[in-house]
Structure formats: structure tokens, C-alpha cells
Write a protein that binds this ligand. Structure first.
Ligand code: ADP
Ligand code: MG
Length: 362
């Protein structure tokens, strides 16, 4: 049975670090939740306390409605997959997959059946007799996942399981993990520092920084309505352009460090006089002719990606990147004008970094 996991104001303090601060969220039965954040934000700590490998400083881990804070890891019905595979080097693939079951006293025929079934599911059957050193990185990771699946846990915890693989294999394994989750339907918490992985895998994404949750939402919600400057700059590649600017007293114009003025298609009387951070995604900027509703971009470098190109430059000294069709021609040193639709503008509080525009998509 797939578990429901609820975290209630979880905190974990180390002597030098406050690794988790009042972290609360629910993973529903069968859900695949991705926790994403930069290195050191507390992702591994989060999984370790859920698994029971680390003690919690305060808060509760609730599994299927029961507080499990004091329950031993082996009695939590959770399987964890680590970044470094953690296979036993002196055991074959089969041995590695069977080991946890043997320790739990599962019968021999039952072990053989489960290993056979999971090996088939993960296309590991031809590799069962091999030793870990005779496997590629991708195959080892698949064995590590297989070892978790044979246990038939009600909750999977994945700690950056794909980070040691090359880009092509990572993309392939992402697809396999999605398929696998669809077939098994086991509730999963997957942590990663890679925003692409989070966007492509997560049904729901939890964005963390410095031990705190910044935002919880679907990939689309998080992409379209980032709750803070941090989320805006962390999710999306290349990241959202963020400009420091100040609203004029009438809320119709914005000033960029005194030189560049921008007339807004939608006035913001409520923000009159306010210093803000203005956010625009690279793909929401179009190049056009001079206009008071557009930003002057001094072009620096151009990166061709095939059907599109990335144009890097600055707006009054603040860096900007535009994602535009590859047939448009740009030259370093030129100035172009970046146009955008009013609904693609994001505003953030200049001092707190929190999102200001809460209505609709802007
Ligand atoms: P992530 O997995 O997101 O990279 P971690 O959960 O490993 O982050 O670490 C979160 C914070 O807690 C970091 O500041 C890290 O240095 C600290 N930390 C992690 N484990 C320990 C530990 N065993 N003792 C002391 N500090 C730790
Ligand atoms: Mg980690």
C-alpha cells in the first residue's frame, strides 16, 4: 500500500547549522513529490529524518496518520536510494537485491520471485550474476533502485540518484523513473539540486533554501508564479532576468538606476514610488524597434542553440538574456529593444524578495 507522509514543523539543528526550519508538507498516497534546492539547503537531512536515520530536533514525521518519530528505521516501511548507489561491492547484482529481504527473514522462494520480477521490470535480468565493478554507472544506479523496489516499501526516498550519471543517461533515467512510478504507484519523495529534473519529474515541487520551504506547487505554478526572487532565479534555464528598478510617483513609469525609463502598459498605482525587482523570463522578451514600452539592450554575446539563440547583454549595466528565434540577426555592441507582454511581468519586493503581484498570472 502506498503511504501518506505528513511532515509537521520539522526542525533539525546541528551545532553549526540549522539544517531544517519548520518544514511542513504532505505527500499524498501515490504522489511523486520533488524537493529541489541548492546544495546545503537541507535536502539529505530531510530524507534522513523521514527515514529515521537522524533524530529530529522538533516537529513530527507522520506516516499513514501515525507519528513515527521514535520508530526504528527498519520498522518504517521506507526504502531509500542514494546518490552514490551504496551497493555491496563483494555481492553480485542478485545478492545486492536479495540482501535486504534475507535480513528481514523473507522466504527463499519469495526472494527469488521478487528479484526475478524486479530484474525484469528494470531490464537487469542479464546482469544478475555480475559484480558491481562490472557494471556501468547507469546499471549500478538501476540495481540500487531495484534493491529498493524488491522490498515493496510504501514510501520511496530518492537522494539525488541521478547526479553521478552523464547528461544523456540522466535524461533517459528520468523517463524510466516516471514510467516506473506510474506502474508501481508508490509514494515518493525525490530530492535534487537540479531544477530541470524537478520540473520534469515532479507532480508537485517543494522549493527549499537554507532549511526553509519557499514554495510548494505544480511545475507550472512555480514557473509561472514564483513566490520570491530566489524561486524565480532558481527555476528556469536560463534563469529569469531580474532588474532593480523604481516606480515613478504615478506608477506608470519605472526607472532603472536613473538612466533608462520604461513606460508600463499597465500602470501600478499601488506600487507608486516603490523600489522593486522586475522579473522577465528570457523567452518572454521579443526584439523590436525603439519604444517607450521596451527595454534597451546592449548586446554582448550570442549563443546559437539550433532553432533558437540566447542573446546576452545588459540594460543600463544590469545583465539580461533573451531567448529568440535563430533567424534573427544580432551583432555584439548593437542595441536592440526588448518588448514584452504586460502579463509576463513579475514584481518582487526589493528588500524581502517576496512576490508582489498576486492577481492572475502577473
Ligand atoms: P543538501 O542535501 O541539500 O546538500 P544537507 O542536508 O546535506 O544539504 O545539509 C544541510 C546543512 O546541514 C548543511 O549546512 C550541512 O553542512 C549541515 N549538516 C548536514 N549533516 C550534518 C552533520 N552530520 N553534522 C553537522 N552539520 C551537518
Ligand atoms: Mg544532499
Amino acid at each position: 500500500m502506498a503511504a501518506t507522509l505528513e511532515l509537521r514543523r520539522l526542525s533539525k539543528r546541528y551545532e553549526a547549522a540549522h539544517a531544517l526550519q519548520e518544514v511542513s508538507f504532505v505527500a499524498n498516497e501515490g504522489e511523486f513529490v520533488v524537493v529541489v534546492g541548492p546544495s546545503g539547503c537541507g535536502k539529505s537531512t530531510l530524507l534522513r529524518v523521514v527515514a529515521g536515520l537522524d533524530e529530529i530536533s522538533s516537529g513530527e514525521v507522520v506516516l499513514n496518520g501515525r507519528v513515527v518519530n521514535t520508530i526504528e528505521p527498519k520498522d518504517r516501511d521506507i526504502a531509500m536510494v542514494f546518490q552514490n548507489y551504496a551497493l555491496y561491492p563483494h555481492m553480485s547484482v542478485e545478492g545486492n537485491m536479495a540482501y535486504g529481504l534475507r535480513m528481514r527473514g523473507v522466504t527463499k522462494p519469495e526472494i527469488a520471485k521478487r528479484v526475478r520480477d524486479v530484474a525484469q521490470l528494470l531490464e537487469l535480468t542479464p546482469l544478475l550474476k555480475r559484480m558491481p565493478r562490472e557494471l556501468s554507472g547507469g546499471q549500478r544506479q538501476r540495481v540500487a533502485i531495484g534493491r529498493a523496489i524488491v522490498r515493496q516499501p510504501s514510501l520511496f526516498l530518492f537522494d539525488e540518484p541521478l547526479s553521478n550519471l552523464d547528461a544523456r543517461l540522466r535524461a533517459q533515467m528520468r523517463l524510466e523513473l516516471r514510467k516506473l512510478h506510474r506502474r508501481l504507484g508508490v509514494t515518493s519523495i525525490y530530492v535534487t539540486h537540479d531544477q530541470t529534473e524537478a520540473m520534469t519529474l515532479g507532480e508537485r515541487i517543494v522549493v527549499m533554501i537554507e532549511g526553509r520551504i519557499q514554495q510548494i506547487g505544480s511545475p507550472t505554478e512555480i514557473y509561472e508564479r514564483p513566490a520570491s526572487v530566489f524561486v524565480a532565479s532558481f527555476i528556469g534555464s536560463p534563469p529569469m532576468n531580474l532588474f532593480k528598478a523604481t516606480f515613478a510617483a504615478n506608477g506608470e513609469w519605472m526607472t532603472f538606476s536613473g538612466k533608462v525609463d520604461l513606460r508600463l502598459a499597465q500602470a501600478r498605482p499601488n506600487l507608486a514610488g516603490a523600489p522593486v525587482v522586475l522579473g522577465l523570463r528570457p523567452e518572454h522578451l521579443r526584439c523590436g524597434s525603439r519604444d517607450e514600452h521596451a527595454l534597451p539592450v546592449t548586446i554582448d554575446t550570442i549563443e546559437t542553440l539550433g532553432f533558437e539563440q540566447l542573446v546576452y547583454g545588459d540594460v543600463d549595466g544590469q545583465p539580461v538574456v533573451l531567448r529568440v528565434p535563430s533567424h534573427e540577426v544580432f551583432r555584439p555592441g548593437e542595441t536592440t529593444w526588448a518588448h514584452f507582454a504586460p502579463e509576463s511581468v513579475h514584481y518582487f519586493n526589493a528588500s524581502t524578495g517576496q512576490r508582489l503581484n498576486t492577481a492572475l498570472t502577473c
